[in-house]
Design a protein around this ligand. Structure first.
Ligand SMILES: Nc1ncnc2c1ncn2[C@@H]1O[C@H](COP(=O)(O)OP(=O)(O)OP(=O)(O)O)[C@@H](O)[C@H]1O
Ligand SMILES: [Mg+2]
Length: 349
């Protein structure tokens, strides 16, 4: 295979491990990020997302492993010699500097001539729609505007990769959705390569070309969001993506069924063909705006379904239709020890 400049990955992590006082925060991660690609790092709190970004940015040396940037070994390169932009969760704007000066900061540090600084700052402020607020101080801005200043500041240096550590988590729901669109637009318009850390699977589904799911320092699954969402490998991944129903089917092993696929049958309703019907007791009904999320007990098991039946109440006896044909297998949880695929299980000695 020939390697050309355009196919050289921007970031390559090879068996990157980071320990803190003997405990492993990041455990032998391999990750490739290509030019123009948006990678989302997801996982529960403490799984190693920020630690991974800090190693890529050069703020934290790995305990072992190799970091390649644009194909060159950069494992021990100091942060200022890596062309990397970073947006932190807290924005980290300089409070005493105007928007314009905040954005210009990285360019000044890099010794860019003042005339060019002026042009570039104007360009990126335009890009994030803040040209008219260039003279304000951060405290005179809304959260969303501050967030855009932080984004503009990181983009201004034209980084070969932009690292975003939960940049949207301080925003309210509406602003978050708006900022997501904004990020996507900036990324498309500038051809930026980005790695986004998020807790939020919806954010990842919307933004990412490659979705990487971490559990306790390890990558447990990665791929295009649709693939990962449609075929989660393990219960951990499925739960993380919001799946709630887990069954062990004789002959098929562990599966998940989406709540919207489970039918809540009225007393006279004829069950659809195929699948299985089980007796259940409704334990909770939660209004979701257009429909209701139903929690029901089937023996000692809990199942989740969606209904539009307004009359359903906790305590009601119902029948649930389980369309087993629509069940999604969780292959990583099935015979995983044998296949050595399930990262949550220790290898047998
Ligand atoms: N400087 C440090 N010293 C000691 N332990 C640390 C340090 N930084 C991180 N850790 C530990 O490493 C693990 C991973 O932390 P990290 O900050 O990468 O998690 P995260 O995935 O970003 O979590 P969150 O979603 O809560 O931000 C955690 O157990 C954390 O306590
Ligand atoms: Mg973090």
């Amino acid at each position: 295979m020939t390697t050309t400049k355009t196919t050289t990955p921007v970031v390559q992590l090879q068996a990157i491990t980071r320990e803190f006082a003997g405990s492993v925060a990041v455990d032998s991660i391999d990750l490739t990020v290509r030019r123009g690609e948006f990678t989302a790092l997801l996982g529960p709190s403490g799984c190693g997302k920020t630690t991974t970004l800090r190693m890529i940015a050069g703020f934290l040396p790995p305990t072992s492993g190799t970091i390649l940037l644009d194909g060159q070994d950069a494992t021990t390169l100091p942060p200022e010699r890596r062309n990397i932009g970073m947006v932190f969760q807290s924005y980290a704007l300089f409070p005493h500097l105007t928007v314009e000066k905040n954005v210009a900061f990285g360019l000044r540090m890099r010794g860019v001539p003042s005339a060019e600084i002026r042009t570039r700052v104007a360009e990126v402020l335009d890009l994030v729609g803040l040209a008219h607020l260039a003279g304000r101080k951060p405290k005179e801005l809304s959260g969303g505007q501050q967030q855009r200043v932080a984004l503009a500041r990181a983009v201004a240096i034209r980084p070969s990769v932009l690292l975003l550590d939960e940049p949207l988590s301080n925003l309210d729901a509406r602003l978050r959705v708006q900022m997501r669109q904004e990020l996507l637009r900036v990324q498309r318009e500038t051809g930026l390569t980005a790695i986004l850390v998020t807790h939020d699977q919806e954010e990842a589904l919307e933004l990412a070309d490659n979705m990487v799911i971490l559990d306790r320092g390890r990558i447990v699954q990665q791929g295009p969001p649709r693939e990962v969402f449609r075929a989660p490998a393990t219960r951990f991944v499925a739960e993380f993506l919001g799946y709630e129903n887990f069954l062990d089917l004789p002959g098929r092993g562990p599966v998940t069924i989406r709540p919207e696929h489970i039918g809540v049958l009225g007393p006279d309703a004829e069950p659809p063909a195929g699948g299985e019907v089980v007796e259940a007791t409704v334990t909770a009904v939660r209004f979701r705006g257009t429909d209701f999320a139903v929690t029901a007990a089937v023996g000692d098991r809990t199942l989740h379904a969606i209904t539009t039946d307004e009359t359903l109440r906790a305590g009601a006896s119902v029948r649930l239709h389980l369309p087993l044909g629509q069940a999604i297998p969780l292959p990583g949880d099935d015979g995983a020890a044998r296949l050595g695929k399930n990262p949550r299980q220790e290898c047998p000695a």
